[in-house]
Write a protein that binds this ligand. Structure first.
Ligand code: AMP
Length: 513
């Protein structure tokens, strides 16, 4: 079943209910949103000749129009490719081309020019549609109001690009069926949603925060995009007070900043009903502090693009209720398996680990992706006999609570966003004067981890931090830039020539003590 039907049903059932807010200013009811979506879908079909299964990318900051665009693509039978707006146009261009997108929605003519400049020139390149331009107005003026296209459970709905150890992002194929499973599990395992709730998009809608739109559309709850377009703790607290029953997804970094602001204001987060946190490790002391300052508003989830938002959950009562003898231990876990999946801890040979023994977390069930887009090799590595090997290392206790202990993938999580060292290393290595480079994450109280680059200059070359920083700024997203550069004569390596990142971590902590 096509997920676009959910929006049309809600528009039928609750036409007058508020659907979209810009901050706390109402911009559309469900009947208006339903109609706009239908018209846009008509435009995509009539004017762009979009065929079922065609990909359409959305590369723009959070905006109230974002949902109309996504649902129009699904309504017309297409697959959406939401791209993190913080990515550099060159990185976005890679995704657009890899996905073979027929069209890309961008916010402005300037954004279209930047993306166009980064795209390879070929005649059948994607149509760039800027929301301020004539072609968008024409799409919306379509005369036909089609019914949502018929889509099967296994059809692609959302192509989610996740960075890979190979340095190039991979497209995770999330099907309509995956979205059904994720959404229904949410109601059972994570939280209820009420019609007077408002989903607040304080994190990029191209990622987890955006995936949470479905539960709110299903219930006829509203959606708000902060006017700042991003995460401003004071604005979020004010929106809680004015919108009254707010739901939001927040990475641990955001939770910490929100709690600090609440404390400074003497506020307790009034009006924010639920904060779902996840996407990166949360320190026990931080979540304890958050609950002490803001009360029982927190629920944890653990997921990944390959099993969106739906591996485990730690529900509100278990986060907040200190009466359980093992409450603190549980708080350090990511909770237990969500209803539509089975979770196991596996040894390298695929046999299950004993209770309490560390192994790779594997997951099986209706929320697990169909595979990586046009990348059979990566799919085979991650999906074995229907089990998704997450790359996360952890253990399970006798009650089924999972605690993450490590990541077997080399990923750095900074501010809840995954950054693969290889991506940063490859950009730096474009510079002639760099002989070798190795990038690691360094623990950071605010961001979880920050990026540190160890750089080996070529013989005789003089490199400055400013020069490296400028190169990174010109070639990749700002948030992936190293915070610190350390120049060294040679990288420590093992007998096989593999860089010893543990040695680098040690050196870093030595330089800091
Ligand atoms: P992404 O695919 O960008 O959503 O990133 C998923 C990765 O983030 C997971 O594989 C974990 O390593 C990490 N992650 C997600 N949720 C949590 C959580 N609740 N606690 C710790 N790490 C998490």
């Amino acid at each position: 079943m096509n997920v676009a039907i959910w929006l049309q049903r809600t528009a039928q059932l609750y036409p007058e209910r508020p659907a979209l807010y810009s901050g706390d200013r109402l911009t559309a009811t469900y009947s208006a949103l339903g109609e706009q979506t239908c018209r846009l879908a008509g435009g995509l079909t009539d004017k762009l000749r979009l065929q079922p299964g065609d990909r359409v990318a959305v590369y723009m900051p959070n905006a109230p129009e974002y949902l109309a665009l996504l649902y129009a693509v699904w309504h017309a039978g297409g697959a959406a490719v939401p791209i993190n707006y913080k990515l550099h146009p060159k990185e976005a261009a890679f995704i657009v081309e890899n996905a073979g997108a027929r069209a890309v929605f961008v916010a402005s003519a300037a954004a279209a020019l930047d993306l166009q400049a980064a795209l390879d020139d070929h005649t059948d390149g994607p149509e760039l549609i800027d929301l301020e331009g004539e072609s968008f107005r024409e799409l919306q003026a379509a005369q036909s109001l089609p019914e949502p296209a018929t889509r099967a459970r296994d059809d692609l709905a959302w192509l989610f690009y996740t960075s890979g150890t190979t340095g190039q992002p991979k497209g995770v194929m999330i099907t309509h069926g995956n979205i059904h499973a994720m959404s229904f599990s949410y109601f059972v395992d994570v939280d209820e949603v009420r019609t007077d709730d408002v989903a607040l998009y304080a994190a990029p809608m191209s990622h987890g925060a955006g995936l949470y739109n479905f539960m709110h559309v299903l219930r006829g709850a509203a959606h708000s995009v902060p006017e700042s377009g991003g995460f401003d703790p004071a604005e979020i607290l004010a929106l809680g007070r004015s919108l009254k029953s707010v739901h939001m997804f927040a990475a641990p970094t955001m939770v910490r900043r929100l709690v600090d602001r609440a404390k400074a204001e003497g506020a307790d987060g009034e009006g924010i009903r639920t904060i779902v946190y996840g996407g990166g490790p949360m320190y026990v002391a931080d979540i304890e502090d958050a609950v002490a300052a803001m009360g029982p508003r927190f629920v944890q989830i653990y997921g990944q693009g390959e099993c969106p938002m739906t591996i485990t959950a730690l529900p509100r009562n278990m986060v907040a209720d200190r009466s359980h003898p093992r409450w603190r231990e549980r708080l350090g876990s990511v909770g237990f398996a969500q209803s539509c999946v089975e979770v196991r801890i596996l040894k390298e040979d695929g046999t299950p680990c004993a209770v309490g023994e560390d192994g790779e977390i594997a997951v099986h069930g209706a929320a697990v992706m169909a595979g990586y887009w046009q990348n059979g090799e990566a799919t085979e590595k991650s999906l074995r006999d229907g089990w998704l090997w997450t790359g996360d290392v952890g253990r399970m206790d006798a009650d089924g609570f999972v605690t993450l202990t490590d990541r077997s993938k080399d990923v750095i999580i900074s501010g809840g966003t995954n950054i693969y060292p290889r991506e940063v290393e490859e950009v730096l290595l474009q510079l002639e004067d760099i002989a070798e480079v190795s990038v690691i994450g360094s623990p950071d109280a605010e961001w979880g981890e920050v990026i540190v680059a160890f750089v080996v200059p070529r013989d005789g070359a003089q490199l400055s931090e400013a020069e490296l920083d400028a190169h990174c700024l010109a070639n990749m997203a700002r948030f992936k830039r190293p915070k610190t550069y350390l120049f060294i004569d040679a990288l420590p390596k093992n007998a096989y020539g593999k860089v010893l990142k543990t040695d680098l971590r040690q050196r870093l902590s030595d330089t800091r003590t």
